[in-house]
Design a protein around this ligand. Structure first.
Ligand code: FAD
Ligand code: NAG
Ligand code: NAG
Ligand code: NAG
Ligand code: NAG
Ligand code: NAG
Ligand code: NAG
Ligand code: NAG
Ligand code: NAG
Ligand code: NAG
Length: 617
């Protein structure tokens, strides 16, 4: 304890930790002197926060503190073994949405990780990239320098792609393209070496409908049918979270990289408009403190909590914040607007002649489960390599491949009044940005993913509508960081989104009717068995869908300030100095697949930008 105090004092006095010979580690709030200073303080130790912390601390004379709301995990089986995920204790519970107006006033759980590693610690581990046109659209909205071409080097830098065994790959129609992958980065990207026989039925059924099989889904066109790539260690098949690949990997060589867990950042401290540090509160003891950031404060608290921290700090819609007595530092009405997520619809089936084993066998057959667990423990291909209840194959389709009704859906979208969709009286800048977004989205509906279909060979098929035109919001309802903000998904407030989900649903029916899948005798059990009337099906879908796939994003968008943007292309918050946002909040638009691959790549790019402006590259 004595030496800990001595070290904190040295730190507080601004002596750089290189000389100290101590190791990167978890610190407690007692280890921080009352007025400690770091070069960079990062709020949120999730996927993006730990990526940026790792890169900034590569320069050993630069000190970095990450403050994370949640604890460190204990490498529990539910954390490490894909077939046992998710680790419920590390979720943010309870966290609920506001009643969804277009969904009969229902409130839904908001899934978020609250742990060192954030979402990467509790998620299904899929490492996807969007299609080139999706990032190019970001650039068109003001994220200059963030096109697919600009990001590709960072996708490569972020990962080590593990080529699958060639014999297994050939048997399972797995192909890949070395030229788009990285082979020296921190995040291992692996294709599971195990699959259920029913996957062949799914694959062949999709192919019989003319769905393409790309050489590699990560090459800039993510449409088609393919096996999912995942952030999993190739040898052990254990989860590689950001905690593993951007903290554990480097801690022995980074005396300058600290993580303070179980502590909430409650606000950014400003001198004028310059961020000079953050205030924090220990979530167990309630002890509060301040830590200084001599170079920058960096926000990476995820799409729900980044806008909360900004608003609590006086960065947001000044008139809204004044209702809480919060003095405005930067009047940015876009903070907390532009919330987007994927819609999820689970379609239940009774496969009266399913194959064995299948995605349900671990649950229903304890002999099989024990056999598979022994194989997993022996590092042999095993059903536990697959993420619980999720499919291993993925179909992603543009609108015109989902439905013959694409032209009418598009013209329906064009007739909507954007101002009304944003609640009737939106901020003019936010409205202008939304109008630009709608134009670009509508014109690319035939060119990149709109609907996704995944079947885990068990009783449910998961459908996703991934190009939402509806917008939600995150707004504080209290000046206390420990009180949840108001999270409104705004789900299907633009009814076009429901039409597009219906198209995915009907496409899935077509797929289930192909001879390859029909041989398994699927009988729909929910949400609309036997229904053929489209309005009746839509009603049934509305009652069953979930407005989030935990892919919430875009609440501090990198767009032009006059279009409701919050950060500039260098990730700096408009109207402030020394304040950045580096997480999924900064995306202008959601991408069609899982976000984690793009979160890692975008954080790599943001870290480079930050290093460049401080002469650290
Ligand atoms: C159950 C689940 C399954 C998912 N499955 C997939 C998948 O298979 N593939 C995929 O691509 N994506 C998936 N995702 C989404 C993906 O994990 C997220 O998009 C990604 O982690 C976002 O990264 P981030 O760094 O922006 O935020 P996060 O990873 O969420 O990190 C934010 C961190 O900030 C912390 N924080 C919040 N407020 C404060 C505060 N006031 N002070 C300090 N710290 C704070 C949080 O505790 C959290 O650790 C899933 C997410 C969940 C929850
Ligand atoms: C705390 O540290 C900051 C910056 O290092 C300094 O400006 C300030 O005077 C210090 N305050 C106290 C009370 O020591
Ligand atoms: C760290 O070293 C680099 C050059 O090696 C220098 O440019 C930078 O100012 C130093 N940073 C600090 C915080 O001392
Ligand atoms: C691979 O594709 C061939 C047809 O090209 C098909 O016969 C086979 O069933 C497929 N196997 C899997 C596992 O998808
Ligand atoms: C969509 O349809 C077009 C035209 O038939 C085809 O060329 C393309 O490969 C299809 N896309 C997918 C993802 O299957
Ligand atoms: C599912 O199939 C089994 C026979 O395999 C049958 O007994 C059962 O009633 C079916 N359930 C539904 C909901 O159709
Ligand atoms: C259960 O699993 C065992 C071991 O794989 C297998 O031999 C058996 O046939 C399975 N039982 C059923 C009912 O599928
Ligand atoms: C469009 O209709 C034709 C003819 O009925 C059908 O063959 C085709 O699969 C449909 N296309 C889509 C994308 O549903
Ligand atoms: C999308 O494709 C459909 C069918 O091919 C076509 O009618 C429509 O004009 C296309 N829309 C756009 C915006 O490309
Ligand atoms: C928001 O705050 C008000 C005032 O404290 C309270 O009455 C209301 O219940 C809160 N709303 C939610 C959803 O917590």
């Amino acid at each position: 304890m004595r030496s800990t105090i001595a070290l904190s004092l040295i730190l507080a006095l601004g002596v750089h930790s290189r000389a100290l010979g101590w190791h990167a580690r978890a610190i407690t709030e007692r280890d921080l002197a009352s007025n400690a200073t770091y070069d960079f303080v990062i709020a949120g130790g999730g996927t993006a926060g730990l990526t940026v912390a790792d890169r900034l601390s590569e320069t050993l004379n630069v000190s970095v503190l990450v403050i994370e709301f949640g604890p460190f995990d204990q490498r529990e089986d539910e954390v490490m073994i894909p077939g046992l995920f998710p680790a419920i204790p590390y979720f943010w519970l309870p966290l609920m949405s506001t009643p969804q107006t277009a969904l009969g006033g229902t409130s839904y759980t908001v899934p978020c990780g609250r742990v060192v590693g954030g979402g990467s610690m509790v998620n299904a581990m899929f490492m996807s990239r969007g299609s080139a046109v999706e990032y190019d659209t970001w650039a068109q909205l003001g994220a200059t320098g963030w096109t697919w071409r600009d990001l590709l080097p960072y996708f490569r830098k972020s990962e080590t792609f593990n080529r699958p065994d060639p014999i297994y790959a050939a048997e399972h129609n797995i192909t890949w393209d070395d030229s788009v992958h990285g082979f020296q980065g921190p995040v291992p990207v692996t294709i599971a070496p195990y699959d259920y026989p029913g996957s062949a039925n799914f694959y062949n059924g999709a192919r019989s409908l003319g769905i393409r099989a790309p050489k590699d889904s990560q090459a800039g066109d993510a449409t088609g049918i393919y096996r999912l790539q995942r952030a999993v260690d190739a040898k052990t098949q254990a989860r590689s979270s950001a905690r593993v690949n951007h903290y554990d990997r480097v801690i022995d060589t980074r005396p300058n990289y600290h993580v303070l867990p179980s502590t909430a950042v409650s606000k950014v401290v400003f001198q004028g408009t310059s961020a000079v540090g953050v205030e924090y509160i220990n979530t167990a003891s309630g002890v509060k403190g301040t830590v200084h950031a001599s170079k920058e404060a960096i926000i990476a608290a995820g799409a729900v909590h980044t806008p909360q921290i900004l608003q609590l700090s006086g960065v947001g819609d000044a008139s809204y914040l004044s209702k809480f007595g919060i003095e405005s530092v930067a009047d940015l009405p876009g903070v907390g607007q532009n919330l987007q997520d994927h819609l999820v619809l689970s379609v239940g089936y009774n496969f009266t002649s399913n194959l064995f084993p299948n995605g349900g066998s671990l649950r229903t057959n304890s002999t099989y489960a024990a056999e598979q667990r022994a194989l997993y423990n022996a590092q042999q291909p095993s059903a536990y390599d697959l993420s619980t209840s999720t499919g291993n194959l993925f179909i992603q389709l543009p609108l015109s491949n989902l439905t013959n009704a694409s032209a009418s859906i598009i013209s329906l979208a064009e007739t909507r009044d954007p101002a009304e969709l944003l609640g009737g009286n939106p901020d003019p800048g936010v409205l202008q940005g939304y109008k630009k977004q709608r134009k670009l989205i509508i014109s690319s509906l035939n060119a990149s993913g709109v609907g996704d279909i995944s079947w885990n060979t068990d009783f449910a098929t998961s459908l996703y509508m991934v190009k939402p035109l509806s917008r939600g919001s995150v707004r504080i309802n209290s000046t206390d960081v420990l009180t949840a903000p108001l999270i409104d998904f705004g789900a299907i407030t633009d009814p076009t989104d429901l039409e597009m989900l219906l198209a995915v649903y009907l496409k899935n029916r077509e797929l289930m009717a192909t001879p390859d899948i029909a041989i398994l005798s699927p009988v729909e059990t929910s949400p609309a068995p036997g229904l053929t009337d489209k309005d009746a099906i839509k009603d049934a879908i509305k009652k069953t869908l979930t407005p989030t796939n935990a892919h919430h994003c875009c609440t501090a968008a990198m767009m032009k300030r006059e279009d409701g943007g919050v950060v500039d292309p260098q990730s700096r918050v408009y109207g402030t100095k020394r304040l950045s946002v580096v997480d999924i909040s900064a995306w202008p638009l959601i991408v069609a697949g899982g976000p984690m691959g793009s979160v890692y790549a975008a954080a790599e790019k943001a870290a480079d930008t930050i290093k460049a402006r401080h002469g650290l590259l």
